[in-house]
Ligand binder design. Structure first.
Ligand SMILES: Cc1ncc(COP(=O)(O)O)c(C=O)c1O
Length: 354
């Protein structure tokens, strides 16, 4: 009879690599060498922890890395197995994909250019599952299963208001917040409630076409605004406002302009707020990647400036958690806008609460 697989490996306390990564790499090495074959069941985490004399959580972390990278598969009530289809990966791996590769490892990786899509393999699926389970294990869970407020759960709206107030310098109440299915729905609701046929919306160009589509769908015409190394160009805005057209709004991504990633300079931010107040156009601020600021302090949204009279601020969980969640939000200081959004949401989505 074949001897069961045993991880023959010594943890290196002096090496920089975290212990769970050392364990994950040792298991990969066994898979690659053929010692551990496709379809083989792995020993339980408790047993592995005992064999290697480490905490069981360390093993769980290592196994999670391997599950995420698709070296292993988990079968409900059966256990964890070596995948039948192994991932096509470089023979040696410095760190798992959720960590920055070490500089010398970079040439080994292909760089993947896309629209800034988050890596779904590292979405916090376990945390989400735990949170859902906790909610559905509550005593009054049936109460969650009926129709609800068209603007979203009040507790969640409150949490979003607190988050944008504490972390993004805003000063809003939960009454000003609407939870949406992603920022796309927030843009659609805004377009339908704010714009009218044949009005104009200025938008950064190049810019985010799904937003332009919502404006056009509402009957508005899009006026492109060029972008340079300081962000959107104010001379273009001035030219449009001087033209006498009925300009209702400006759509902008000031934190990281989409797709150039330029951050709108402070001087232009202040000037833009003045222009919006002077000409009465609403700033529709799409802050889709507010959480991404590496090595410098986050730039506060335009909508956090007290003097800005008309804004719709849009955020999303798509980048920081996962696009499939379809959770976003809009916040506005425009009187009556949330009432209109509430009415529209009832038509396209939820019924009124009984
Ligand atoms: C500019 C911009 N806004 C918003 C989003 C997010 O859209 P959603 O929240 O509908 O997933 C993206 C995603 O790619 C984006 O690039």
């Amino acid at each position: 009879m074949l001897r069961p697989w045993k991880l023959e490996f010594q943890i290196n306390d002096t090496c920089d690599k975290a212990v769970y990564l050392q364990i994950a790499d040792a298991i990969i090495a066994d898979i690659q060498s053929g010692r551990l074959k496709s379809g083989t069941a792995l020993p339980g985490s408790r047993m592995l922890a005992q064999e290697l004399q480490v905490n069981r959580n360390t093993i769980v972390e290592a196994l999670n890395v391997l599950l995420n990278e698709e070296w292993l598969v988990s079968r409900e009530r059966k256990g964890t197995f070596v995948a039948e289809q192994l991932p096509a990966m470089a023979k040696s791996r410095a760190t798992p994909s959720r960590h920055q590769p070490e500089p010398e490892a970079l040439p080994k990786y292909r760089i993947h250019f896309d629209d800034g899509h988050p890596d779904s393999k590292i979405a916090p699926i376990a945390e989400l599952a735990r949170a859902y389970r906790q909610i559905f294990n509550r005593k009054g869970k049936w109460q969650l299963m009926g129709y609800a407020n068209p603007l979203g759960d009040m507790g969640f709206r409150k949490a979003i208001a607190e988050m944008v107030n504490h972390q993004r310098g805003m000063q809003v109440s939960e009454q000003q917040v609407c939870i949406t299915r992603g920022s796309q729905m927030a843009m659609y609701l805004t377009a339908q409630c704010l714009l009218e046929k044949d009005c104009y919306v200025m938008a950064e160009s190049p810019g985010y076409q799904p937003a332009w589509n919502t404006f056009r769908h509402a009957g508005a015409k899009v006026l492109p605004i060029r972008v340079d190394e300081e962000g959107l160009r104010l001379d273009d805005i001035q030219a449009h406002t001087a033209s006498g057209k009925a300009i209702k709004a400006l759509y902008t991504t000031p934190h990281h302009q989409y797709p150039t990633t330029v951050t709108l300079s402070l001087q232009r931010r202040l000037e833009l707020i003045k222009l919006s107040n002077k000409h009465g156009f609403t700033i529709i601020e799409d802050d889709y990647d507010n959480e991404f600021h590496f090595g410098y302090r986050p730039v506060l949204p335009l909508s956090s400036y007290r003097e800005l009279k008309r804004y719709v601020y849009i955020g999303t969980m798509s980048k920081v958690v996962a696009p499939a969640l379809r959770i976003g939000f809009l916040v506005s200081n425009i009187p009556g806008l949330l009432d209109k959004v509430n009415e529209l949401r009832k038509i396209i989505d939820v019924q009124e609460m009984p």
